[in-house]
Design a protein around this ligand. Structure first.
Ligand code: HEM
Length: 385
């Protein structure tokens, strides 16, 4: 591979993620993807659908208690819902489970110890320079890993005695690498669960909260989606029918990509137009800029779900769209996230009408993912029509 993942990003996450697929390169990374990818294929996503559905229903129940038209911060709820989706699909437990709640709480603390994304992090330091982590980062990372280790070891026992539920964790732990025949041991599986949780809930929560905000400021789109939402049934096959909901979710991912930039390191000399690029150079890829590039997009800063072509076939720059990255290191969970996003948006719109709170305009900031500086505040009431 000409471009590999750089350790500059990984350095801050290493205490939590260790040798997870997000941080490895070369043969180890290839082997990990061979074992993980089958769990996220379309057929398996169909199997996880009832768990996603149950998480959506639980989110509607939680929001019902807040649906009195007063101002509410929705990023906290979308984080809760996305974490619930991960626990239910991966471990067949809900976020209300004692261990799941503790993992979720510890992750919140962990994220608070992480700096806001800063380009200075990519300026090379000498190789001998030791990496320092805040002691809180290390303590929280080991607390999270201890909890996940408990879940994973218990699952290994269930697999051995034939009582394991048929979920993503069992699927991954029982999949052998087709080339070497090896399966993940407990430690390596803990690394993967940590990245599934981190990559899978922060990103989806960010996308979902932004989508709700966009629907609140574009009520005409909210009405269109509410008309479509009753077509959703507990059947996996009903999700692709929600075409306008998918277009809105895609458009939210274009305007507010949860991962605003990625960094790669060149493994050999490269040429970018007239610029020679040395081996070991840090290359920043920015979905945020690419998605709003004037030369590539009509009305780049405007919210226009019709650009995705299902309504009027308007041209759009699909190749310049990479909220899930692109190429061999594309997000493992892209298909999963597109089902989850459309499903949750439709379930929430079926249940509630969302409106803005005067004077509350969420300012995007890049933490591990793009979040709103002071949260996303909305009012919502039950939808009666
Ligand atoms: C809207 C939701 C999501 C977005 C926008 C998103 C975006 C991304 C992006 C941009 C990357 C590449 C990052 C980089 O290389 O620096 C990535 C990688 C990854 N994502 Fe996602 N993701 C989402 C949901 C998920 C979910 C639900 C899961 C799993 C349950 C997941 C698992 C992963 C993993 C394991 C990687 C590392 C892949 C590798 O390096 O080979 N993501 N994601």
């Amino acid at each position: 591979m000409t471009f590999q993942n750089t350790d500059r990003i990984g350095a801050g996450l290493r205490p939590l993620l260790n040798n997870s697929v997000f941080l490895t390169n070369g043969e180890m990374w290839k082997r990990q993807r061979r074992i993980i990818d089958p769990a996220f294929e379309c057929g398996r996503l169909r199997d996880t659908f009832p768990a996603m559905w149950a998480a959506g229903e639980a989110s509607v129940v939680r929001l019902t208690t807040l649906a009195d038209g007063t101002s509410q911060e929705v990023e906290a709820e979308t984080s809760h819902a996305a974490a619930d989706v991960i626990f239910r699909t991966l471990f067949s437990i809900s976020i209300e489970d004692q261990v799941a709640t503790r993992v979720f709480d510890e992750f919140r603390t962990y994220q608070r110890t992480q700096p806001i994304l800063n380009l200075a992090a990519f300026i090379p330091g000498p190789k001998w320079m030791p990496r320092f982590f805040k002691s809180e980062t290390k303590t929280t990372a080991s607390a999270i890993r201890a909890l996940i280790t408990g879940l994973t070891a218990q699952r290994l026992d269930q697999i051995k005695d034939g009582t394991a539920p048929d979920d993503l964790d069992t699927k991954i732990m029982t999949t052998a690498d087709p080339e070497t025949g090896e399966t993940f041991g407990v430690d390596e599986m803990v690394d993967q669960v940590a990245i599934f949780f981190l990559a899978g809930h922060e990103t989806s929560a960010s996308a979902l909260a932004r989508t709700l905000y966009l629907l609140a400021i574009y009520p005409d789109w909210q009405d269109k989606l509410a008309v479509e939402a009753p077509d959703l049934t507990p059947d996996f096959g009903s999700v692709p029918k929600l075409r306008q909901t998918r277009d809105v979710f895609r458009e939210a991912l274009r305007l507010y990509p949860p991962v605003p930039m990625m960094v790669r390191e060149t493994t050999c000399p490269e040429q970018f137009r007239d610029h020679p690029v040395k081996r070991g150079a840090q290359v920043v890829l920015s979905p945020w800029h690419l998605h709003r590039q004037e030369r590539l997009w009509d009305n780049p800063d405007g919210f226009d779900p019709t650009r995705w072509g299902t309504e009027n076939g308007k041209a759009c720059a699909r190749d310049a769209y990479m909220p899930f990255s692109s190429g061999p290191r594309v997000c493992t969970g892209a298909g999963f996230a597109m089902i989850e996003g459309v499903l949750l948006v439709a379930m929430l719109l079926r249940a509630f009408k969302f409106g803005v709170v005067a004077g509350q305009v969420p300012e995007p900031v890049a933490h591990l993912t793009v979040r709103a500086k002071d949260g996303i505040w909305l009012r919502f009431v039950p939808r009666k029509d």
